[in-house]
Write a new protein. Structure first.
Length: 227
C-alpha cells in the first residue's frame, strides 16, 4: 500500500518536472515561481513525499530496528543528494540544488529517528515546525550557512529549495500518521489492493526513479525538439 502511494507521488513529480522541462526548452509558458497553481502543486507533491518518508520510517523501524540498516539508508539518500547537487550544478550553475528534497529527507530522517516510538511528541513537534516554518521569517536566514534551515524572507536562487522548516515538520507528521496506520492493516488503510502493480513497482524503486527521471526527460525532450 505505501509503495503504491509513493509510486503515485513519483508520477505526480514526473508530470511536474515534465512541465518544468517544457518551460526550460521554451515550449510551455508557465510561472512556476509565482503561479498559485504551480506553487500549490509543488507543495502537495513535496508534502506527499515527506509524509510517506515519515510513514515508511515507522514501518522500517518496526520491521527491522537495526541502526546499521537505518544509517545505510540515510547514507544512500545523502549520496544521491550530493549527486543531485553536482548534476544540477553542471546544468544550472547559478541556481543549482544545494538543499533540495533529498537533502531535506536525509537530515529529517536523522532528526525524526529518536521520535519513531513517540507518536504524540512527533505530532506535536511536527505541528510546531510547520507553523514556525510558515509563520516566521527573518532576513538573517536569507543566506548560507543558515538558509537551509528555513525562515527566509526571500527564496534563495535555486531550482529546488526544501528547508527544514517547515518540511521536517511534515515528515514528523508522517511519523505520527505511520503509527495510526501501523495499528491497522497497512494495505487496507491505503487501499493497497486497488492500485496497479506497476505503480507499486515505481514506489518500491522511488529513489532510482527520482535519480533517473530528469536526465531521461531532458534527453528525450532534447531529441524530440531537435528532430
Amino acid at each position: 500500500g505505501i509503495d503504491a502511494l509513493r509510486g503515485a507521488a513519483i508520477l505526480a513529480m514526473i508530470a511536474y518536472h515534465f512541465c518544468f522541462d517544457l518551460r526550460y526548452y521554451g515550449v510551455l509558458n508557465a510561472d512556476f515561481e509565482h503561479s498559485p497553481f504551480w506553487l500549490t502543486a509543488r507543495s502537495l507533491i513535496l508534502s506527499s513525499f515527506l509524509l510517506l518518508a515519515g510513514i515508511s520510517l515507522v514501518l522500517a523501524v518496526r520491521t527491522n530496528p537495526s541502526q546499521a540498516k537505518f544509517w545505510r539508508h540515510v547514507g544512500v539518500i545523502a549520496l544521491c543528494a550530493l549527486a543531485v547537487s553536482a548534476g544540477s550544478y553542471a546544468v544550472f550553475p547559478k541556481t543549482f540544488i544545494w538543499f533540495g528534497v533529498l537533502h531535506a529527507i536525509a537530515v529529517s530522517l536523522v532528526l525524526a529517528r529518536p521520535l519513531v516510538r513517540r507518536p504524540a511528541l512527533a505530532f506535536a513537534l511536527g505541528v510546531a515546525v510547520v507553523v514556525a516554518g510558515v509563520g516566521f521569517a527573518h532576513p538573517s536566514f536569507n543566506r548560507l550557512p543558515l538558509a537551509w534551515i528555513g525562515f527566509v524572507t526571500v527564496k534563495p536562487a535555486t531550482v529546488d529549495y526544501v528547508p527544514l522548516f517547515p518540511w521536517t515538520g511534515v515528515l514528523l507528521l508522517g511519523v505520527a500518521l505511520g503509527h495510526t496506520l501501523y495499528r491497522n492493516n497497512w494495505s487496507a488503510a491505503v487501499g493497497g489492493e486497488r492500485w496497479p502493480g506497476w505503480i507499486a513497482f515505481l514506489g518500491r524503486h522511488s529513489l532510482a526513479v527520482y535519480m533517473l527521471h530528469q536526465p531521461l526527460l531532458i534527453g528525450v525532450l532534447w531529441l524530440a525538439l531537435k528532430a
